[in-house]
Design a protein around this ligand. Sequence first.
Ligand SMILES: C=CC1=C(C)c2cc3[nH]c(cc4nc(cc5[nH]c(cc1n2)c(C)c5CCC(=O)O)C(CCC(=O)O)=C4C)c(C)c3C=C
Ligand SMILES: [Fe+2]
Ligand SMILES: [Fe+2]
Length: 342
Amino acid sequence: MSDTEISRSGMVPPPEHPPILKPKVGVLLINLGTPAAPTTRAVREYLGEFLSDKRVVEIPAIVWQPLLRGVILNTRPQKSAAAYAEVWTDNGSPLMVYSRRQTEALQQRLGEGVLVDLAMRYGQPSIESRLTAMKQAGCDRILLAPLYPQYSGATTGTANDKAFEVLQAMRWQPAIRTLPAYHDDPAHIDALKRNIEHAIASLDFEPEEIVTSFHGMPLRTLHLGDPYHCQCRKTARLLSEAMGRNLIVSFQSRFGRAKWLEPATDATLEALGKKGVKRIAIVAPGFSVDCLETLEELAIQGREQFEEAGGEKFAYLPCLNASAEGMDMLEKIVRRELAGWV
Ligand SMILES: C=CC1=C(C)c2cc3[nH]c(cc4nc(cc5[nH]c(cc1n2)c(C)c5CCC(=O)O)C(CCC(=O)O)=C4C)c(C)c3C=C
Ligand SMILES: [Fe+2]
Ligand SMILES: [Fe+2]
């Protein structure tokens, strides 16, 4: 040891290390995607990509593609564009607006050590563009977080598939983790409970019944082993236990001619009205953010269905979105998956 290494106080200074390169961690929030505009053309482009996904429509391409290109994409986009126009905001599609807010809020909560970004499975910003950007920003550890509480091949499965397809083309891949389903996570159930109770407290009526509406799936997917249906049921059961009251479960948004999960939300609302139930609230615990399916199909169409059947008071209760309850939950489940990385 040379004299110069001993400070005046007589203490030996710590040896000089080369700077330790801290791995940069990324969190990629992923949601479904939405059209770029509420126009027939933009909706056609979006539906063309979405409904060509073999994880979404499990019909052999040789049969499905002629039907999709020849019939569905020539009829449905116009109708769907009108529905999108009813809920479109000055800042764009609700699904995109709320997803961006969640991304910004999570970035704030996780701080500078973690890069939080947003990608959509269909349309923009694409999983390819955001994963590439994260890698270029120096992220060598990435958590893929598809924001679907309940797992299904058509949502979480295909989002992860797309990310791994992008990674296949990378010579030097980052390390990857994926966020598991959080349908029965106590933090999720608690966030839903608090969000619902908060919303109900501001109503001018007491609902006789609360309906939970989950997005539907073809019944066949349940028989083939997709856990989605069971996970929706479990979310509803745990939520009902936590709230100490009965919740009605239903499945919305039937698409095509095959049998879908039942009971259907529209039929449920009609039956409630006809049975003499006058006041209901409806909530969608399978959607992490509000979107066309909740704001148009439930809040607008659902109300009409219930009122036409004799119902009088109807309230749509919003999704967790970027609420404090929702962000507390998201921060908790994301931090858990980042253990050892941050
Ligand atoms: C929350 C989970 C979802 C599952 C499961 C799901 C399955 C599924 N969806 C379709 C067809 C359509 N879905 C559409 C919109 C839509 N779907 C989800 C989520 C799930 N879908 C969301 C969040 C949205 C809203 C998107 C938005 O822009 O706000 C549509 C488009 C709208 C329309 O034309 O009606 C279609 C079509 C199938 C076939 C399917 C089964 C596996
Ligand atoms: Fe859908
Ligand atoms: Fe719909």
